[in-house]
Design a protein around this ligand. Structure first.
Ligand SMILES: [Ca+2]
Ligand SMILES: [Ca+2]
Ligand SMILES: [Ca+2]
Ligand SMILES: [Ca+2]
Length: 367
């Protein structure tokens, strides 16, 4: 990305009239310009774009009618643009899809059902069995979440490629391990990974080179909550310790910013990590099941805000359902088989989908 100053000068000249004010209008076509991997053409209906060049605005997300654009120059010279993707996005439109895992489907296997946010059509397939664990993530790196499960009895991973619905399987981990896939090496593909509580050890199978990383972090009783807490595009090894000395604790080995430990929450809270403030850094959010209150610390200063969403018996299903880059509080209520989603940009959404016995897929990494 750090091109020569000549190229930047040329671009500044060519675009010298662009101010930081938003531009809006009719039908536009944008031809991408001087960036590595650029040159593609983006076209669409009505949209607004806010500053592609300039330190203060470059890199922010511009949204509009039918697309979402993230571009611009980074003054700090990041070598690779960080692509932030919504979790549990099976159709790749940037929005988390309402989705359930039915452990006991009609034919005895596990069933996956989801509503494609792009066209509101329900899709379903059978994959896995009742004792398998959901590990859905984008392992293939095409921007679409792959249906995937971990089989605790054998330590095997089964991944259904979003590209062609073929599957591959491999052993990684053992019985007793907690699967925690995430993109630890920052190459845009989720990496299979497990946390072994008995030894406090992480095993990460890097997609970039096929090698295994071992990390000693955490102890028995801890729960893995790997996420990108420092916003560098790499998931960070992290644990949630429900029973710390004075309440719940979070320990994070951040890939760029180093070790961070926080005391936040109590032993009965559910850990729901996510980027609830939309700043590109995930936060250690909590759902308190006894009251249905959500607690979100701000990554800037660790002050927190709280709000009610849901009631006793609801199951947390966080994600970015409206695709605006900010996580939305969401719960699945088994008694009503209904989803209650507090979308950060588009307001509340209530959707009946699933059975009382189903597990919401976006609950997979809630601890
Ligand atoms: Ca994929
Ligand atoms: Ca990876
Ligand atoms: Ca990181
Ligand atoms: Ca959102």
């Amino acid at each position: 990305m750090r091109k020569s100053s000549l190229i930047i000068s040329i671009l500044m000249l060519a675009a010298g009239f662009i101010s930081s004010a938003a531009q809006s209008g009719g039908t536009f076509t944008i031809t991408k310009s001087v960036i590595a991997g650029g040159g593609g053409q983006t076209s669409g209906g009505t949209f607004t774009m806010d500053g592609t060049i300039g330190q203060s605005l470059a890199g922010t997300t511009s949204t509009g009618g039918t697309f979402n654009l993230q571009s611009g120059f980074w003054a700090g010279g990041l070598s690779t643009a960080i692509t932030r993707r919504s979790p549990f996005d099976f159709d790749g439109d940037g929005k988390t899809d309402v989705s359930i895992f039915g452990a006991n489907g009609a034919s005895g296997g596990a069933e996956w059902w989801w509503i494609r946010s792009s066209d509101s059509v329900a899709a379903a397939l059978q994959f896995g069995s009742s004792t398998d664990k959901i590990v859905a993530a984008d392992f293939t790196g095409d921007g679409k979440t792959d249906v995937a499960f971990f089989r605790p009895s054998t330590g095997q991973w089964f991944i259904l490629r979003s590209e062609d619905s073929s599957f591959f399987a491999f052993p990684f981990g053992a019985s007793g391990d907690i699967p925690m896939p995430a993109d630890y090496d920052g190459d845009g593909k989720a990496d299979a990974a497990v946390f072994r509580p008995s030894a406090g050890t992480w095993f990460i199978l890097r997609s970039s080179d096929g090698q295994v990383t071992f990390v000693q972090f955490g102890a028995s009783g801890d729960l893995p909550v790997a996420s990108d807490y420092d916003g560098d595009g790499k998931a960070d090894v992290a644990i949630f310790r429900p029973n710390g000395a004075n309440g719940a604790e979070w320990w994070m080995q951040r890939s760029t910013q180093g070790l961070l430990a926080l005391q936040f929450g109590s032993s009965t809270d559910k850990a729901v990590p996510g980027d609830f403030t939309g700043d590109g850094r995930w936060a250690v959010a909590l759902l308190r099941p006894s009251t249905g209150s959500w607690f979100v610390p701000r990554s800037q200063d660790f002050s927190f805000f709280a709000f009610p969403w849901g009631q006793v018996g609801d199951i947390a299903a966080p994600g970015d359902y409206d695709g605006d880059g900010t996580f939305d509080a969401a719960v699945f209520r088994p008694s009503a088989a209904t989803w209650y989603i507090s979308r950060s940009s588009q307001g509340p959404q209530f959707t009946g989908f699933g059975l009382a016995t189903d597990q919401p897929v976006p609950n997979a990494y809630v601890r």
